[in-house]
Ligand binder design. Structure first.
Ligand code: ADP
Ligand code: MG
Length: 695
């Protein structure tokens, strides 16, 4: 671009090339191909849009009860009133008495009989031909109108360059082999069809996006994704990373005679479960490779992922490399820090804490230690990638609750290592299981290990769903509970609109509970507390100096107090599946029978009712994640919210799961047999977005 001018509204939507416009596909259609007489329209136009036309016989601006334009049109069969509450002078003129207009809208019963409110109006001659195709309705944003977008798209579709960019390149032989029964049109035809379906098109399948033309486009998009994932896989294998072989450790870091890894096994107060041992051997193998590990460790809340992270860190340190553990919240990072200190400090490991809340001087000191290599194990929040941190010799990055981080941030930490030629191993951890369809698409270049067994002695958590009206009863039960010498959590909900409001409700509950339970010490922890204040409250709770902990959702992850086996969640209807599942995982860690009480306020929406019911019936993270995915789409599981890039625009992972396998097959064949086509295909679909797929 040579001249600097502000981007147009279309450009702001990313519609800056014929290709981009061609791929800006309609979200629905209006049928303007059929015209009804006014008499027919009055009968048929209830509850759905209908098109009719006539001559204007009245055009009048009324001022009571508010300013509005009333227009009446008439044909041989009858008359119809049109009402406009907002209107421009130009519209008033367009519908001058005597002019002929075509209108489209729903008919409803007004004060003065049947009328259309705000129909679309077009000035036409009485014999104006009807359009031959359905009228597309496009996703739009402020500053553009359907008319502008339609015009731009039509122009783009005629652009000569499009023939090249949409050229068919899937070898028909290949397609016939992998999917003989497909009735898909060539790509260019499919796109043209979707923009301008003929009058007799199957609108149902167009709307549901199951029409062959849609299938063709979806397949193309999935194919691009599969190809780039496979390539990312190959690229990763060509990258270099330090190899950490179990029997070649140098164990310089340990002040004891053993390696850090052996030392850790000695100080651990438990034996690894079978699942943990299996997962650790998978990870150990990855770490011994000369290319970077890219592994997701998936395990339900409380399944014991932390110790695996510690073992991997020990392995890296035993080879003279640094390890970093990054967590999304200060509380969670702090929990890791405390745990690692407990396990590693006796072994002489130098651990450094880095978070945004450190004082400038402390931060600088931490950064210096990281840069000089004095720090062997670094634990922190986003600060690890936000500030000017460069690692002396980072060999392993562990990212906890990876879905809370964007793809970009995951790339970022690998770049902290310095040279393009050298990468660190990455271990991502999550309690949110990845449904199969997601694993096959976005996560295809990720190896997955699953801890599918809880440590011994865990008791199932009994979940109860209770009306807020029974609050006093719940508090009574809480009293009995605490009297037994057990502890409990009381969780106040996130209030998205206002942090102040959120704090206020937490303080109110805190005060009420303090009064209602005079024999016990009640504590309060929330997001506004400073790091050290938070730590002090948490430490007191852990030491049982506080029996009941009132908390906002800051405790969502990471807190580990086995004696606290009861959790009350207020306004549970405001929480999502994953949040409650995570929260609930805080209890059920000790020997006592655990209980989670989901308190809800009425009225309960249907969705919330179903959610609470599911949560009461199952604590299986997989079931919950599937429900969650079908509800919210993959964006949040992926962290795509932060990256701002939804990579699949036309594919719905639930609806189109079967297409993924086909695309996978085609991608393999194309890479093997038609390498030349692959680049072009990627460029046309992903353009600059390919970088994300390498994460
Ligand atoms: P999460 O997977 O949710 O991060 P943690 O790593 O915090 O789970 O582990 C939860 C609790 O289980 C911790 O108290 C931890 O010490 C304990 N734990 C982990 N592994 C075992 C094991 N093999 N046997 C007994 N307790 C274990
Ligand atoms: Mg954890």
């Amino acid at each position: 671009m040579t001249t600097k001018r502000p981007p147009t509204a279309l450009e702001k939507m990313g519609l800056n090339s014929p290709m981009a416009l061609a791929l800006h596909l309609p979200s629905r259609y209006e049928d303007e191909t059929e015209l009804f007489t006014i008499d027919e329209a009055l009968g048929l136009g209830r509850f759905h849009s209908i098109q009719t036309q006539g001559v204007v016989i009245r055009n009048q601006v009324m001022f009571r009860p508010r300013r509005q334009l009333l227009v009446t049109i008439e044909d041989d069969t009858g008359s119809l009133q049109l009402r406009f509450l907002n209107f421009y002078p130009s519209q008033q003129k367009q519908m001058a008495v005597g002019s002929h207009v075509r209108v489209r809208g729903e008919v409803r019963e007004g004060y003065q009989g049947a009328e259309m409110v705000h129909p679309t109006v077009r000035a036409v001659t009485s014999d104006a031909p009807l359009p031959a195709s359905l009228t597309p309705v496009y996703p739009a944003s402020a500053g553009t109108s359907q008319t502008i977008i339609r015009k731009a798209v039509l122009q783009a579709l005629r652009d000569a360059s499009l023939k090249e960019s949409l050229a068919e390149f899937l070898p028909s032989k290949l397609m016939a082999e992998i999917f003989p029964s497909n009735d898909w049109p060539p790509l260019q035809d499919a796109i043209a069809y979707l923009h301008q379906p003929p009058a007799d098109a199957n609108t149902q399948s167009l709307l549901e996006r199951t029409h062959p033309a849609w299938r063709r486009v979806q397949f193309e998009e999935l194919l691009a994704q599969q190809i780039s994932l496979k390539r990312a896989h190959a690229i990763r294998r060509e990258r270099r990373a330090p190899s950490f072989k179990r029997d070649q450790q140098i164990s310089k870091v340990s002040t004891t005679n053993t390696s850090v890894e052996d030392g850790l096994f000695k100080v651990l107060p438990f034996k690894l479960t079978g699942a943990q041992a299996r997962v650790w051997s998978e990870i150990g193998l990855d770490l011994s490779n000369t290319f970077p590990m890219n592994r997701l460790l998936q395990g339900d809340v409380g399944s014991g992922k932390t110790v695996i992270a510690a073992l991997a860190a020990a392995r890296a340190m035993d080879h003279g490399y640094q390890a970093a553990i990054m967590a999304p919240t200060e509380i969670l990072a702090e929990q890791h820090y405390l745990k690692m200190k407990e396990w590693f400090e006796p072994l002489g490991v130098k651990i450094v804490w880095l978070s945004g809340s450190l004082k400038a001087k402390e931060k600088r000191l931490a950064q210096e230690m990281i840069e000089s290599g004095d720090a062997q194990l670094i634990i922190g929040t986003h600060a690890l990638i936000q500030d000017k941190v460069s690692f002396a010799k980072l060999g392993l990055a562990v990212i906890d609750e990876q879905h809370r981080f964007g793809v970009r941030q995951r790339l970022e930490i690998q770049q902290r290592v310095g040279s393009e030629l050298f990468y660190c191993h990455q271990l991502m951890m999550t309690a949110t299981p990845i449904p199969r369809t997601l694993a096959m698409t976005y996560y295809a270049d990720l190896d997955v290990s699953v801890i599918d067994e809880l440590p011994p002695g865990r008791k199932p958590i009994a979940t109860k769903v209770v009306k807020a009206a029974r609050r006093d009863e719940v508090i009574g039960g809480l009293h009995d509970w605490l009297t037994k010498g057990l502890q409990a959590y009381w969780v106040c909900p996130l209030i998205e609109e206002s942090e102040v409001l959120q704090l206020q409700t937490a303080v109110e509950s805190f005060e009420q509970l303090t009064q209602a339970l005079p024999d016990f010490k009640v504590g309060l922890v929330h997001g506004r507390l400073k790091g050290e204040e938070k730590a002090a409250v948490m430490a007191a709770f852990k030491a049982n100096e506080i029996q009941l902990l009132v908390a906002t959702t800051v405790i969502e992850v990471g807190v580990d107090v086995p004696n606290a086996a009861l959790m009350v969640i207020e306004h549970a209807e405001r929480f999502g599946y994953a949040q409650i599942h995570q929260l609930r995982g805080r209890v059920g860690r000790g020997s006592a029978d655990s209980v989670c009480i989901l308190m809800y306020a009425e009225p309960l929406s249907l969705a919330a009712k179903e959610r609470l019911q599911t949560l009461r019936e199952t604590s299986d993270g997989f079931v919950i994640a599937e429900r969650d995915l079908s509800l919210r789409g993959p964006g949040e599981l992926l962290g795509a919210k932060q990256s701002g890039d939804a990579m699949l625009r036309f594919v719905d992972l639930q609806r189109d799961a079967w297409l993924i396998e086909l695309a996978q097959l085609a991608a393999e064949r194309l890479l093997a047999e038609h390498g030349d086509l692959v680049e072009r295909h990627l460029e046309r679909w992903l353009g600059s977005r390919t970088e994300f797929l390498k994460a």
